[in-house]
Write a protein that binds this ligand. Sequence first.
Ligand code: AMP
Length: 222
Amino acid sequence: MLSKIFRAVILGAPASGKGTISKRIVDKFGFVHISPGDILRLNELNGTELGKKAKTYIDQGILVPDDLVIKLVSGRINEVGNKSYMLDGFPRTVVQARKLNTIDNIDAVLNLDVPHEVIIDRVRGRWIHLPSGRVYNIGFNEPKVPGKDDLTGEKLVQRDDDQPEVVAKRLQVYEEMMKPVLEFYKQHNLVTNFKGNTTAEIWPQVEKFLQDKTKTAVAHCA
Ligand code: AMP
């Protein structure tokens, strides 16, 4: 069997496990991970013109203008060349989705579908050691001493935006923003939903899907 080039978009609400699934796709299938959020933060850190422009938007939690992000992503897609890639955090608007269509042929849109109440519950149990960024989860990754960081013994806190009401609002905002994008891709028959309550449930489905999709028979290529 040979692998063929595959271009995917991954969609998933905040705290849906998209970060973990994306990392596994990179590790297992060698996809290049393209995340405009990461690229923008790096530019901000390096003090580039792009970073300075983007900072004002990122700090307010609003979208960076389409033309800026499109330029960034198309540049990155060009650099990636003949490799499989996965777009994470792009497109976020129909304008971006349409533009992407003119840049490259997307093979699939992977939509992680985790019930909102499950996400709210999961985030409710998330505790953080702020100085190091270490994350603990009540129920499956608990600190040795309740409320204390394992390495330093310092106190753990919950992020303000992890409060249930705030998470519910973030999920609602996400749904409203992504609905037209999802519709756009449904019309193009590109969407596959991966349903589950946990990453453990969702990952095997994603893995099987990509295994099937990225393989072509040797006979075909002989
Ligand atoms: P993320 O890490 O994907 O949550 O992105 C962080 C921030 O970068 C967002 O809040 C936006 O300000 C900006 N950003 C990332 N991706 C996009 C996009 N596709 N369109 C517009 N702004 C974006």
